[in-house]
Design a protein around this ligand. Structure first.
Ligand SMILES: Cc1cn([C@H]2C[C@H](O)[C@@H](COP(=O)(O)OP(=O)(O)OP(=O)(O)O)O2)c(=O)[nH]c1=O
Length: 200
């Protein structure tokens, strides 16, 4: 089934870019679910639940019956506390301060499924931030870039470049763990066209 219809149900331009790198054709649709943390919910569980709820939101819509639906959710885990996208610039500043010079985990959950099979997987990367200054945080927050990123940062940001070291998948931190996605797509008989070159 090389030509089946695939939809990436995500409004994240990073996820679109990463999936495009695998050389597969897909459409885009934005899922619409509330992203609140439930009482006592761990960051790992939050990521998994939100990816699953995004999947459920899209797969139940008419018009998507024949599609393979891909969704994801990224949560930054600082000592068991979930950091999602900041709600304000002040919150972005505080998030970046709390992450400074410390280790945290980034969990990205991915769901891939159609009407017959659903696969969900959570991938975790350990990240150590560098000892950036308050002034650097302020300049970065000023760009507005933190506002649509979990934890208020982008590992891929060339100027702020907040990450000192990382253990695990880089693409997982950016928002889509490609190694896991490749394995999941193979279960649906979807073969990558040279995707291996972009997987790291
Ligand atoms: C930690 C980190 C996150 N991010 C981004 C990836 C995700 O877009 C975002 C996490 O928010 P999500 O809620 O996972 O995703 P989203 O709201 O952007 O998109 P959608 O729900 O429609 O799929 O943070 C980076 O780009 N770089 C990073 O280093």
């Amino acid at each position: 089934m090389l030509h089946r219809k695939i939809v990436l149900a995500s409004s994240s331009p990073r996820r679109k870019e990463l999936l495009s790198g695998l050389g597969i054709q897909f459409e885009i649709f934005s899922p619409d679910i509330p992203e609140d943390v439930a009482p006592g919910e761990s960051p790992w569980n939050l990521a998994r639940r939100l990816a699953y709820e995004k999947w459920g939101n899209v797969v139940s819509k008419s018009g998507f019956e024949d599609y393979l639906v891909i969704t994801a959710d990224t949560v930054v885990d600082l000592d068991g506390r979930s950091l999602g996208k900041p709600n304000s610039r002040e919150e972005a500043f505080e998030m970046l301060k709390s992450l400074r010079a410390r280790e945290h985990l980034v969990h990205t959950a991915v769901c891939v499924g159609d009407g017959t099979l659903l696969l969900c997987s959570v991938v975790t990367t350990r990240v150590k931030m560098r000892n950036y200054s308050d002034g650097e945080i302020a300049s970065y927050v000023e760009t507005g870039s933190p506002m649509d990123k979990a934890g208020g940062y982008a590992v891929q940001d060339e100027f702020f470049s907040p990450v000192e070291r990382m253990e695990g998948s880089y693409t997982n931190v950016v928002g889509l763990p490609l190694e896991a996605v490749v394995r999941m797509l193979e279960r649906f008989d979807i073969k990558m066209l040279g995707g291996a070159a972009v997987v790291r």
